[in-house]
Design a protein around this ligand. Structure first.
Ligand code: FES
Length: 164
């Protein structure tokens, strides 16, 4: 029989086949896409890029002396979980408010130490020196110490932590 003379039953069969196939594909998509998303999405996820970190009550920090505060944060980047440690120096001065400096040297990221006798920050790696306000005194760093944006909320000091 030529295709010109197909029976209506044949057309119904074809129609049912097409509909079944379409429904099957739709069901596979409905069931399969969330499963694929579940397995792939963590690898596409981004780290938390910025957040406010509490450094506790402002009044806990003595006046005129940089005070170190250390904390660590757990991060999830896709499938990778890691812990990062941070250190800051809080400098509270009468009439000038508060400034929070990163303890990471702006040269090659070694951790700075506050030397009270010298009233300077010293980098143990290449002997850079910064004054109490983070200005470079000597050494290879290209810029002063980095500062954090701060805010006070009900007497608590917060810094804005931004990650690249
Ligand atoms: S890392 Fe601090 S001076 Fe080089």
């Amino acid at each position: 029989m030529s295709s010109k003379y197909r029976s209506p039953a044949m057309d119904r069969r074809s129609f049912v086949k097409i509909i079944s196939s379409a429904l099957g594909s739709l069901m596979a998509a409905v069931v399969g896409l969330p499963a694929i998303q579940y397995f792939i999405s963590p690898s596409l996820g981004k780290e938390e890029e910025d957040e406010w970190i509490s450094l506790g009550p402002l009044e806990n920090y003595p006046l005129d002396t940089p005070t170190q505060f250390n904390f660590s944060l757990n991060k999830v980047n896709g499938w990778e979980k890691s812990s990062h440690s941070y250190g800051v120096f809080v400098l509270r001065e009468e009439g000038k408010g508060v400034v929070v400096y990163s303890d990471v040297c702006t040269h090659l990221s070694c951790r700075l130490n506050w030397i009270p006798e010298e009233e300077e920050y010293l980098c143990p790696c290449h002997a850079a020196r910064f004054d109490k306000h983070g200005n470079l005194i000597s050494g290879p760093p290209p810029r002063p110490m980095d500062r954090f944006e701060t805010k006070l909320d009900e007497g608590q000091l917060f810094i804005h932590l931004k990650e690249g």
